[in-house]
Design a protein around this ligand. Structure first.
Ligand SMILES: Cc1ncc(COP(=O)(O)O)c(C=O)c1O
Length: 393
């Protein structure tokens, strides 16, 4: 290319983010991202690393020493977890009740593991009895489950029951907490979770780029006594330990700005209080759900397993789901998302996460959605929806 491209100043639209992530980023996090860099081995950065690790432990509700932000998106933390804990020849049990169980399976296979499944329909959580039966049949070494399934809007209940089954069978448990960390009750230590990974762009309201991961001593013992090296050099936890552990030695250049951002996002969690934050998500998303149902729409997830951070709403008959999404984007600068995988075309996915979990976002969403559905000729009662929402608040 001879001529310099005529690219103008960066000016993306000013969206309200109510999809499955990213969520609206808190202004304090954006401000932290404009802080000048220091080197990734600068003594001041090492102090910042300690602070981020402490804040992550608080948010995960864990005392695990091995608690770090992995450079990359949630899938990087996911692959660090699975690719290190699963060794060639291991068997990993994964769920089939959503999109992200399939991703766990792909990663376990690439790590050289054999994959077996525990089944539940999309839109339902795992039944502990089915998990127990799968353990009896396959004796897996590792069990993975998705705490908050972003594709179906289902929250996995009875986590301690699942981890008890795994531990009674000498297996390690890996929990996907990408859509729950910082928004939905999650207690890593108390619930017996050995490894949990997450993403920053959901309930932590931080841009993607540095993703939380925690491992307890049992999981770390397995990782550090592997017979073969982890297949990924970049995500090898035994090497990352050199940087995030006591040594603080170079492995790769940490994404400093993303670590700044995560620190501020986690500081906001600590200021609010983790339990108060879970309560806020319940309260605000409860009003969103009441509003959607008050308008005459139907939620996809059963009430008992409803996931406050990700609300799945059934597309009414005769309505074009994509046209509604486009209308919200064009007319309201408002993002929601379509269904994924088996639920594509059947549902919308409406996030209520972190800084987006605010009353003003919910009333804006309900009014805009009502308008978009009206354009499609659907009969919905927006006033009743807004009244139901207000009542819940
Ligand atoms: C449950 C779950 N797991 C894993 C991921 C992967 O995270 P990322 O897209 O940040 O790589 C996502 C992303 O939406 C998710 O919702």
């Amino acid at each position: 290319m001879d001529e310099a491209p005529a690219v103008g100043e960066l000016s993306p639209p000013d969206r309200t983010l109510m999809g499955p992530g990213p969520s609206d980023v808190h202004p304090r996090v954006l401000k932290a991202m404009s802080t000048p860099l220091v080197g990734h081995l600068d003594p001041s950065f090492i102090e910042i690393m300690d602070e981020v690790q402490d804040l992550l432990r608080y948010t995960f509700r864990t005392d695990n020493k091995w608690t770090i932000p992995v450079s990359g998106t949630g899938s990087a933390a996911m692959e660090a977890a699975i690719g290190n804990v699963v060794e060639p020849g291991d068997t990993m049990l994964v769920p089939t009740n959503g999109y992200f169980g399939d991703r766990m399976a792909s990663m376990a296979e690439r790590a050289g593991g054999e994959v077996v499944t525990v089944d539940a329909p999309w839109g339902q959580p795992l039944d502990p009895a089915a998990v127990e039966a799968a353990f009896d049949e396959h004796s897996p070494d590792v069990f993975g489950f998705v705490h908050a399934e972003t594709s179906t809007g289902v929250l996995q209940p009875s986590v301690p029951e699942l981890t008890d089954i795994a531990h009674a069978n000498d297996a390690l448990v890996i929990a996907d907490s990408v859509t729950s960390l910082g928004g939905v009750e999650l207690r890593v230590d108390e619930w017996g979770i050995d490894v949990a990974y997450s993403g920053p762009q959901k309930c932590l309201s931080c841009p993607p780029g540095a993703s939380p991961l925690t491992l307890n001593d049992d999981a770390m013992d397995k990782v550090l006594s592997r017979e073969s090296e982890a297949r990924s050099w970049y995500l090898d936890i035994s090497l990352l330990e050199g940087y995030w552990g006591d040594e603080r030695a170079y492995h790769h250049t940490a994404p400093i700005t993303n670590v700044y951002a995560l620190r501020e996002a986690l500081r906001l969690v600590a200021e609010e209080g983790i339990e108060e934050r879970w309560d806020r998500h319940l309260r605000v998303a409860g009003a969103l759900k009441a509003g959607v149902e008050g308008m005459g729409l139907e939620m996809n997830a059963p009430d008992d397993f409803w996931l406050p951070s990700l609300n799945t709403v059934r597309v009414p008959d005769g309505v074009d789901d994509g046209a509604v999404i486009q209308h919200l984007l064009d007319e309201y600068d408002l993002e929601i998302a379509s269904g994924l995988g088996a639920l594509e075309g059947d549902i919308w996915r409406i996030g209520c996460m972190g800084h987006s979990a605010r009353r003003q976002n919910v009333s804006y969403l309900l009014a805009a959605l009502g308008n978009a559905l009206g354009e499609q000729g659907a009969v919905v009662d927006v006033d009743a929806g807004l009244a139901a929402m207000s009542e819940r608040f």
